[in-house]
Design a protein around this ligand. Structure first.
Ligand code: R5P
Length: 291
């Protein structure tokens, strides 16, 4: 029996104060359920509506690629500067400290290595395991125009159905086969298909011409992959142009962890994405932090 002696009998309902409804600043996400939005807020900074995802999942088909030989040594020191880590469950369980309390986007497709036809992927993580790992989202590769296009789209839609059951966002990753042209027309097609079929947000590549038409035609947030290693100023310029043209951030790997100074680079990328710092200024920041 609760002790009710001395219970106050006065109430203040703040009748003059309308209830505040805080929204998640993410396009196309207004209809999602609370749990899904809560997970997204561990990926996208609620203040800017943007994200710096640190992508280190390359080992799922490339093995120990340059810069990822020792994730404990090379990557863990960068975690304070990322909004989110994108990795495999193997790396998460074996190398990432459980005290890491930001979002984890879990690589959830796989199969072929770089020695084989890459588009022949399958779902590689059960959504139940993603929940067990407290993932903020699962990521699946979609190969529009690829040899196994339908299979890869089906991988995504199955994860979307499972994700919708449990409130787990799905990142559709548009993977462009070597034989395909990386232009705005292709990116519009690939990103729109991912969004139409239920991806919560989409990762694609930046293209120099008409990238704003890619973000405009995609009803959910787009983040850009960094792609192969570029000179730091070029990578910062790409990130700047992408967010200025509607991207909700970057999912950047090699341009950070293969930089001569990864910690300086991720801090400069952070300023470009969240504060709109111009590329030249961000490059100067990179240089000043490089050591
Ligand atoms: C590649 O397939 C992985 O999904 C990477 O996460 C993605 O490509 C981003 O990494 P990067 O910036 O190195 O391209």
């Amino acid at each position: 029996m609760a002790d009710t002696d001395g219970t106050q009998d006065t109430h203040d309902y703040h009748l003059d104060t309308p209830q505040v409804a805080e929204h998640l600043l993410l396009k196309g996400c207004h209809s999602l359920d609370w749990g899904m939005k809560n997970r997204l807020s561990h990926i996208f900074d609620p203040r800017s509506g943007r994200t710096v995802m640190l992508a280190v999942d390359h080992g799922y088909f490339m093995g120990p690629t340059s810069g990822l030989e020792r994730i404990d040594v090379n990557i863990n020191p960068l975690l304070p500067y990322a909004n989110t880590l994108m990795c495999t469950r193997g790396v998460l369980r074996s190398l990432i400290p459980p005290t890491f309390n930001k979002g984890v986007v879990l690589r959830a497709s796989g199969g072929p290595s770089i020695l084989k036809e890459l588009s022949d992927e399958r779902i590689a993580v059960d959504v139940e395991d993603a929940l067990r790992l407290n993932a903020a989202a699962v990521a699946v590769q979609v190969f529009i125009g690829g040899e196994f296009e339908t299979q890869s789209v089906h991988n995504m839609t199955r994860l979307v159905d499972a994700g919708n059951r449990y409130g787990m966002p799905v990142l559709g990753v548009t993977a462009v086969g070597k034989q395909l042209v990386r232009d705005a027309k292709y990116m519009r097609l690939a990103t729109r298909i991912c969004a139409e079929l239920g991806a919560t947000y989409v990762k694609t590549y930046f293209v120099e011409k008409d990238f704003e038409t890619v973000t405009a035609a995609c009803p959910v947030p787009i983040v850009i992959a960094g792609g192969k290693k570029l000179p730091e100023l070029d990578a910062l310029t790409m990130a700047y142009q992408a967010v200025q043209q509607g991207a909700a951030g970057v999912d950047m790997g090699r341009n950070i962890f293969q930089s001569a100074f990864p910690s300086a680079m991720i801090q400069a990328v952070n300023q470009v994405v969240h504060a709109g710092m111009k590329p030249k200024e961000a490059f100067e920041l990179y240089q000043s932090l490089a050591r």
